[in-house]
Write a protein that binds this ligand. Structure first.
Ligand code: ARG
Length: 475
């Protein structure tokens, strides 16, 4: 008989059991579910809703159930639908009918909302740490490449030279914003819905704040209907995760391009590439491609969740059970990608000479010739036109700007003098971008210093919040 079987006259159709059960995937919530139940039962005793003795029996039983589930010794069945009812059933098997007192003053609706929040809290900490590791790998490459010049691109056409360190730091700041978004979401995730009951609250004299404090929540959800219906925190997470995936995907695309024979700017370590079953010479950047490809499912999970929620009336609806697989999948997908990314970036061989060669063989110093003429008081628009002519001449002659003799330069403008060669060298071009946030070496060094401070702050955030969630259960 089902835990809720009282008002039914026949068993559910087998297909219904299979279709509606969530135990296949929500067993991931087991440890969080039991954490929540331990806090709930302690509160029930404190508020004299059940006796201390019953509470102690239930707590003990819950811990045994937790161990059994962890050890894979507990049987979780579709008959018992979801993790909440499976745990309750296992508890009753363990301690007898007194286990049936656990669910007093609680519904699966507030329980599942609680579990999702506990799960996400845990995931946020892990993801912050993994993101920080990725940032640090990029930072290390940046520090090692403060004199590595490569073409910077716009429209994927060579535009102006930049330091490879500058390029790496761009991603450090992208991932910084991603982390800050995750950290900011904490205050919305970390609110306790428990006590909202099925939808309206409960008639038992429970203490919601006590439970919230036990579980180290920052507060309680203010409205019971909202508490059981709200999945904003899931959407927000999936949205933040999508942006992380998009950032990773952009970097992946660059790694794929850079490691092609056409670019030949980096070589990914053998440990992070795979071969072809047919073409013996191949070394493929599969990890980068797959991380790029998995952006599809992460963004898909966001769209899926938004679509599920759209038009749902208050309060709980079974539709909301669809909140889980997408969120779990996104967490797992990101964890996998980020864990690979840090060592892949760290071990990447940067081919400094090839990058330099590419810069030497292009016209990305043309802006500097124009700026030089502006320095001689020629209006920028006229300077732009003059340099356009010089570049055209070079293209026709199969030359680069630095190949031109002074007399050739002077045919286009008498303002050009012998000092032009220093101005047009790749290093000079880079170091001329000496504006705050620019690619000049000292400006990149400033970014590196800034990043060090940000990393320290992230370390502190992680430590503080990891402590906050290391509650209960383990004892
Ligand atoms: N398995 C359900 C879910 O994940 C738990 C809540 C079920 N509540 C209910 N009233 N059927 O959403």
């Amino acid at each position: 008989m089902k835990l809720w079987g009282g008002r039914f006259t026949k068993p559910t159709n087998e297909l219904v059991d299979e279709y509606t059960a969530s135990i296949r995937f929500d067993q991931k919530l087991a440890q969080f579910d039991i954490q929540g139940s331990l806090a709930h039962v302690e509160m029930l005793a404190k508020c004299n809703i059940i006796s201390d003795e019953d509470a102690a029996t239930i707590s003990k039983g819950l811990k045994v159930v937790a161990q059994k589930i962890n050890a894979g010794e507990a049987e979780l069945t579709e008959d018992n639908e979801d993790i909440h009812m499976n745990v309750e059933k296992l508890l009753i098997d363990e301690v007898g009918p007194v286990g049936g007192k656990l669910h007093t003053g609680r519904s699966r609706n507030d329980q599942v909302a609680l579990d999702m929040r506990l799960y996400l809290r845990d995931a946020l900490i892990t993801l912050n740490q993994l993101l920080l590791n990725v940032q640090q790998s990029l930072y290390t490459q940046a520090k090692d490449n403060l004199d590595t010049v490569l073409p910077g691109y716009t429209h994927l056409q060579r535009a102006q030279p930049v330091l490879f360190g500058h390029h790496m730091m761009a991603y450090v700041f992208m991932f910084q914003r991603d982390m800050e978004r995750l950290q900011d979401s904490w205050k919305r995730v970390n609110q306790s819905p428990l006590g909202a009951g099925a939808l309206a609250g409960t008639s038992f004299p429970i203490d919601r704040h006590f439970v919230a404090e036990k579980l180290n929540f920052d507060g309680i959800c203010d409205n019971s209907l909202d508490a059981v219906s709200d999945r904003d925190f899931v959407v927000e997470f999936l949205s933040n995760a999508s942006l992380i995936s998009v950032h990773l995907s952009r970097l992946c695309e660059e790694l794929v391009q850079w490691s092609s024979a056409e670019f030949n700017f980096v070589e990914l370590d053998d440990a992070f590439c795979t071969g072809s079953s047919m073409m013996p010479q191949k070394k493929n950047p599969d990890v980068a491609e797959l991380v790029r490809g998995k952006t599809g499912r992460v963004v898909g999970n966001l769209i899926g969740m938004l679509t599920t929620l759209k038009g749902l009336p208050l309060a709980y609806n079974k539709d909301m059970q669809e909140d889980k697989e997408g969120m779990f999948d996104t967490v797992e997908t990101l964890k996998g990608a980020l864990a690979l990314f840090a060592p892949m970036i760290e071990t990447m061989d940067v081919k400094k000479e090839n990058m330099y060669e590419a810069v030497a063989k292009d016209y990305s110093n043309a802006t500097d010739l124009a700026d030089y003429l502006v320095g001689k008081d020629l209006p920028f628009r006229e300077a732009h036109a003059v340099v356009g002519q010089v570049v055209l001449h070079c293209i026709n002659e199969n030359k680069y700007l630095l190949d031109l003799k002074l007399e050739e330069f002077q045919e286009f403008s008498s303002l050009i003098e012998g000092d032009i060669y220093d101005v047009l060298s790749p290093k000079a071009v880079v170091n001329a971008r000496n504006v705050a946030g620019g690619t000049a070496r000292n400006r990149v060094e400033e970014q590196i210093e800034k990043a060090e401070k940000l990393f320290e702050a992230s370390d502190e955030w992680i430590e503080k919040h990891a402590k906050q969630i290391s509650v209960l259960i383990a004892e």
